[in-house]
Ligand binder design. Structure first.
Ligand code: NAD
Length: 368
């Protein structure tokens, strides 16, 4: 099976879908890796490193499987031959996703976002691996924007109190943000609508903020709040947020606009010089005053809404992503041949262009 690694074309996208480190094990599984020239440069990986690891530099679009980071553009879909398998982030829940176009092009596409959140699939969970990067980087960004220290300092010139940090939405990114803020010396608090998160918040040394709203949904995700719950939550958060130096928001509901947690009034109630980092900018933002992709100052509060933070740490983000992709690939291979078993929940769920019925030949049968 030939696997093609393409050079990403989105502005600011510096990640790459496979890194040299992961290639020897794929080669052992019977995979031939073809890397587009310069594919790794954003992540500081020269072509020679891929060659040394056992890959070839060539045209990745003609491979049996094309692996990517960002969803393909129309021009990229045009390069994919019928029968090709594509693996990557495909934003399947976005209204403007390319799944219809991929299906029409005869491409069998696997969206890493649709991999089920079950223990067996953790090694393939790209949402988690990249959310870890985003949560970490969000804290660094907050520290950078802050006019205050994170740690408590006791010096000859006086004592500085530790920063108080509130994380709203404690999934993978939020938990990493709490852990990172704690390592920097902040005094941390976490809030979520899934009550099961309380123990995880405490396990990283943070306090749990309980507002009495339970909105646990399906598959470990949150459900959208009712209008009454939303109003009650905004009001309660308006009071709770006042005392915090830093607020990091990561709240998402799959397929829905980001929940509005922080109102303009809540921002106004914060001390000037405080910082909000809103990781939900891509779906509209958790803060009413967020301007996605920008850093703005409103009522003296700095509100940063960085987009695609994982791309700002391309080396480790790519390394983790590559491990996810390689694990998903391995699941589709039988003796080096692509033969996805759609009886496997991980493959059935993540194949967003439609799972073949038993009447259709499998790839393995077609290859005979
Ligand atoms: P996510 O990115 O979908 O959402 C981030 C957080 O926002 C979630 O914790 C969610 O509950 C919270 N949220 C949504 N609406 C909110 C609101 N109105 N107010 C406050 N918070 C709100 O979440 P995620 O990081 O993808 O994690 C989702 C779940 O999947 C978690 O339970 C996580 O532990 C679990 N998970 C399981 C596995 C596995 O077992 N394989 C792997 C990764 C994550």
């Amino acid at each position: 099976t030939r696997v093609g690694v393409v050079r990403e074309t989105n502005a600011g996208e510096r990640r790459v879908a496979l890194v040299p480190k992961i290639i020897p094990s794929l080669v052992k599984s019977g995979v031939h890796v073809v890397v587009e020239a310069g594919a790794g440069l954003g992540a500081l990986i020269p072509d020679e490193a891929y060659i040394d690891a056992g890959a070839e530099i060539g045209d990745p679009w003609k491979a049996d499987v094309v692996v990517k980071v960002a969803p393909p553009t129309d021009a990229e879909i045009a390069k994919l031959g019928s029968g090709t398998t594509l693996i990557g982030f495909l934003a399947p829940r976005n209204a403007d996703n390319k799944i219809g176009a991929l299906r029409e092009a005869g491409v069998r596409a696997f969206a890493v976002e649709a991999i089920p959140r079950i223990s067996r699939a953790q090694v393939m969970d790209a949402l988690s691996s990249q959310a870890n990067v985003a949560g970490y980087k969000a804290v660094l960004l907050a520290a950078e924007q802050s006019t205050r220290f994170f740690p408590m300092l006791t010096t000859a010139a006086g004592t500085v109190k530790p920063a108080t940090v509130l994380v709203l939405g404690v999934g993978v990114a939020g938990l990493q943000a709490l852990a990172t803020a704690k390592r920097l010396g902040g005094r941390t608090t976490g809030y979520d609508v899934r009550p099961e998160v309380a123990d995880q918040v405490r396990s990283v040394g943070a306090q749990w903020l309980d507002l009495g709203i339970d909105a646990a949904g399906e598959g470990g995700y949150a459900r959208e709040l009712t209008d009454d719950e939303k109003a009650a939550q905004q009001q309660a958060l308006e009071d709770a947020i006042k005392g915090f130096d830093v607020v990091i928001t990561t709240a998402l509901v799959p397929g829905r606009p980001a929940p509005r947690l922080v109102t303009a009034a809540a921002v106004e109630g914060m001390k000037p010089g405080s910082v909000i980092v809103d990781l939900a900018g891509e779906t509209g933002g958790n803060c009413e005053l967020t301007e996605p992709g920008e850093i703005v100052v409103k009522h003296g509060v700095t509100i940063a809404s960085p987009l695609n933070l994982p791309a700002t740490m391309p080396e480790h983000a790519s390394e983790l992503y590559a491990k996810n992709i390689a694990a998903l690939l391995e699941l589709m291979l039988v003796d080096g041949t692509l033969a996805p078993d759609f009886g496997d929940q991980v493959l059935a769920d993540s194949c967003v262009t439609g799972v073949p019925t038993s009447a259709e030949p499998t790839d393995a049968a077609a290859a005979e």
